[in-house]
Design a protein around this ligand. Sequence first.
Ligand code: ACO
Length: 204
Amino acid sequence: MAPISSKTKSPFTKSDNLLFDPALIPASIQESLPAGYVVRPLARSDNQVRSNSSFLKTLEVLTTVGTISDDAFQRRFQYLKEHSDQYYTIVIEDMNVPPTSAGSATSSSPSLVTPGRGKIVAAGTVLAERKFIHELGMVGHIEDIAVSADQQGKKLGLRIIETLKAIGQQVGCYKVILDCSEKNVPFYEKCGFERKGVEMGWYV
Ligand code: ACO
């Protein structure tokens, strides 16, 4: 893979609330987002609905999500957190929403942003698979890319993919792959992917 900028300044700091260290997200991608949008790791609080938006609602553009209780969300988040060298789920949050009584979108430090004060508008995951082949190589699997219907066409999908590719590369994956429908092929080609092999499925 061609090298991706390793400049890693982020408006977020590593914390127990975030799934993984935000320093893995290149600053160059953060800077290319529309004003007031931030890209960050999934947070424990991202199941909370704000401005009719949440991480789970964002995923509904993909498929059925179902009813997930707060407890169930927290258990799944904790599992991912305990395997945070495998699961890298990111969101893009639009902070251009009016502040509530809970506080404003930014913390007292101008360079830091509080996750969950805005509106989640896009999400995606890269899963780092550990293999025996290629001398214990790692392969990144991109999964569950979603951009809210009213936010599509703003290059948010592209920024999600760029971020996941950069994370995959930084954690040591020798390739990053994904499955998609025919209609999304032109989008992934714009993101630098090419057709390889054939996807097969078996549904229980
Ligand atoms: N056909 C052709 N070109 C497309 C398409 C498409 N379906 N979608 C985007 N593009 C192009 C854009 O025109 C743009 O091109 P440009 O750079 O020349 O202007 C480029 O791809 C980047 O587009 P974005 O604005 O970043 O795309 P968007 O933010 O709308 O995200 C996405 C695309 C993720 C497919 C979004 O439409 C979406 O969430 N769709 C519903 C859910 C979905 O299908 N997710 C992907 C499932 S596959 C998986 O998860 C591995």
